[in-house]
Design a binder for this molecule. Structure first.
Ligand SMILES: [Zn+2]
Length: 198
């Protein structure tokens, strides 16, 4: 008996979903949300779908979100869409030595992203002035959210994407993503039951 068939995830209740690619552009596809997990390395907060405001309250300033979708099998050759977002609400002094973030007018941040403006936190190393004392025409260097987007043809491709190269294993956040997705997706639920040839 030859094993060439890949275990499939199961039926997908497809609705239109928007994600962002690595250039920050919105991309849309049809699929179903399987799992949404969040982790902040500083506070080890494991709140699900944590908002920026929650994070600011718990004093975390950088964290990672992982969101996994099943793609509509009638439309796409890939089975999963994985969105990973590196979040940051830190801003730096432009004359400091941190060399991180993008230079922006304080007034522009306030006008274009008022929610973000509310939660931005000064970098503890270069210690920029508080936003409340800076003027609209002042410039700070604000870190931005970083998006990664992966289309995975099979559950094995998904596992490969979740392997953290630093530890050569799936990290804690990736494992939680799979555990949560296993409740909705047969192929992911079967991961630990499947025997593969070396
Ligand atoms: Zn700094």
């Amino acid at each position: 008996m030859t094993m060439t068939m890949t275990v499939k995830g199961g039926p997908v209740e497809a609705t239109e979903i928007r994600v962002r690619d690595s250039a920050g552009r919105q991309r849309r596809f049809y699929g179903e949300l399987l799992a949404d997990v969040s982790w902040d390395p500083r506070t080890a907060t494991q709140a699900k779908s944590q908002t920026s405001e929650d994070t600011a309250r718990t004093k975390g300033v950088r964290w990672t979100d992982m969101i996994l979708y099943a793609a509509d099998p009638d439309r796409y050759p890939y089975e999963y869409v994985l969105q990973i977002i590196g979040r940051s609400i830190v801003y730096h002094d432009i004359t400091g030595h941190c060399n991180r973030g993008t230079r922006r007018l304080v007034g522009d941040i306030n006008k274009e992203e008022p929610d973000r403006y509310e939660v931005l936190q000064p970098c503890p190393r270069c210690r920029p002035k508080d936003l409340s004392v800076l003027k609209d025409k002042d410039i700070v260097s604000a870190e931005e959210d970083r998006y990664s987007l992966y289309m995975c043809h099979t559950v094995d491709d998904l596992v490969d994407q979740l392997v953290d190269p630093r530890i050569k294993a799936i990290g804690g956040l990736g494992q939680r993503l799979l555990d949560e997705a296993a409740q909705k997706n047969y192929a992911i639920a079967q991961l630990k039951e499947t025997v593969l040839d070396l």
